[in-house]
Design a binder for this molecule. Structure first.
Ligand SMILES: Nc1ncnc2c1ncn2[C@@H]1O[C@H](COP(=O)(O)OP(=O)(O)O)[C@@H](O)[C@H]1O
Ligand SMILES: [Mg+2]
Length: 303
C-alpha cells in the first residue's frame, strides 16, 4: 500500500527553487531515509508535506488523500519538524498529555511515563521544558510525534546533536515502530545511521532525488564497488587475477598488495562466492578473505 506518493513537487523561496521536481513513493511499513547536504532542501520537503509551507507546484498524496485535503489525514501523521513549537512553560509530561489530547490520544499517566522512558526522558517528566537541554527537547519532540493513532511518522533529523547512547535508543524506537507496521520517513546527516535503519534511501541533491534504492543497491551501483583483501599461498599477482577475471567473466581487478594480503576490486558482492570457489579450484590455498564494504558515504560523495 502506498502511504506517500509525491509527483513533481517543487518549492520556491522568492527567486530560488529549492525543490525542483521531487518524485517519490513510500510504501506501508517502510523506513525511508532522506539524505542530502546541508541546505539541500530536506526540511523544506518535509515542511511542504506537513503543511508548514505551501508547495509551489506538483502534487502529493498521503494515505491516498490528495494534498488539497491534507488536513483530513493529519491525525494519521506524526511529525517531528526541525523547528520546535514546544510549550516551554509546561512540564514534559503535561506537554505530552496536552498534545495527546489534541490528537485524541487519552492514554494513562503510566503510558505517558513509559513513552517518556522510550525516548530516554526518564526522570524528566516533571521538569519544565524550558529547563530541558537541546537533546532533551529533541527527545520530547520525537515523543510528541508518536502520539495519536498515526500511520506515518516523519522525523526531521531525530538524532542529530544527540549523544551516541540516545541516538541508539531513538534508532531502536524507529525499528520498534516499524515492527508495529508504521511507516517512517526520516532525515539524517549520519549516513551510517541511515544505512543501518532504512529500508530505502533517497539522496536529495540539486533539488531532485538523484538516487533512490536500498542501501545495498545504492552501494552496488557506485563505481567504488567492493575491495576484498585475500590472504593466500601463494600470493595472488596481477596476471593471475587478470586470467581469473577473463575465465569467470566477473568484474575483478588487482589493486596491489598490503602485507600478506592481495587487494582485489569487485563490482558486486555476488562475485565473492564465485571468486572464492575459483581460487580454491585453481589450487590456491585460501586462508582469509575480508570484504571492505562501500559505505553510503562513498555513494553520497559520488552523487
Ligand atoms: N523560509 C525560508 N525562506 C527562504 N529560504 C529558505 C527558507 N527555508 C529554507 N530556505 C532555503 O532553502 C534551502 C533548503 O533549506 P532546508 O530545506 O532547510 O535544507 P536541509 O534541511 O536539507 O538542510 C536553503 O538554501 C535555505 O536557505
Ligand atoms: Mg534540515
Amino acid at each position: 500500500m502506498e502511504i506517500l506518493k509525491v509527483n513533481q513537487l517543487t518549492k520556491n523561496y522568492r527567486n530560488t527553487q529549492v525543490l525542483k521536481g521531487i518524485n517519490l513513493t513510500i510504501h506501508q511499513g517502510e523506513v525511508f531515509g532522506f539524505v542530502g547536504h546541508n541546505g539541500a532542501g530536506k526540511s523544506t520537503f518535509i515542511h511542504t508535506l506537513t503543511g508548514i509551507s505551501v508547495k509551489s507546484s506538483g502534487s502529493f498524496d498521503i494515505l491516498g488523500v490528495p494534498d488539497s485535503q491534507i488536513d483530513s489525514v493529519k491525525k494519521s501523521m506524526g511529525v517531528m519538524p526541525d523547528i520546535s513549537n514546544l510549550y516551554e512553560n509546561m512540564r514534559g509530561i503535561e506537554f505530552l498529555r496536552y498534545m495527546g489530547g489534541l490528537v485524541g490520544d487519552h492514554r494513562s499517566k503510566e503510558d505517558y511515563e513509559s513513552l517518556m522512558k522510550d525516548v530516554g526522558l526518564e526522570g524528566a517528566e516533571r521538569k519544565k521544558i524550558k529547563a530541558y537541554s537541546f537533546g532533551m527537547k529533541k527527545k520530547i519532540s520525537i515523543a510528541q510525534a508518536l502520539l495519536g493513532d498515526t500511520e506515518i511518522i516523519i522525523l526531521d533529523e531525530p538524532t542529530s546533536g544527540l549523544d551516541p547512547e540516545s541516538a541508539i535508543k531513538i534508532r531502536q524506537l524507529v525499528t520498534g515502530l516499524q515492527e508495529q507496521g508504521k511507516t517512517i520517513l526520516l532525515t539524517s546527516h549520519n549516513l551510517d545511521e541511515i544505512d543501518k535503519i532504512s529500508d530505502r534511501v533517497g539522496i536529495l541533491s540539486d533539488g531532485i532525488i538523484k538516487k533512490v534504492g536500498t542501501p545495498r543497491q545504492l552501494k552496488e551501483g557506485t563505481e567504488t564497488g567492493l575491495t576484498i583483501f585475500v590472504r593466500t599461498k601463494p600470493m595472488l599477482h596481477a596476471d593471475f587475477v587478470q586470467e581469473l577475471a577473463e575465465k569467470l567473466e566477473i568484474d575483478v581487478s588487482f589493486l596491489g598488495t598490503k602485507k600478506d594480503y592481495s587487494m582485489l576490486h569487485i563490482a558486486s558482492d555476488d562475485d565473492i562466492p564465485i571468486l572464492s570457489k575459483k581460487l580454491i579450484d585453481s589450487g590456491t590455498r585460501l586462508y582469509e578473505m575480508k570484504v571492505e564494504q562501500t559505505s553510503l558515504e562513498d555513494v553520497f560523495m559520488n552523487t
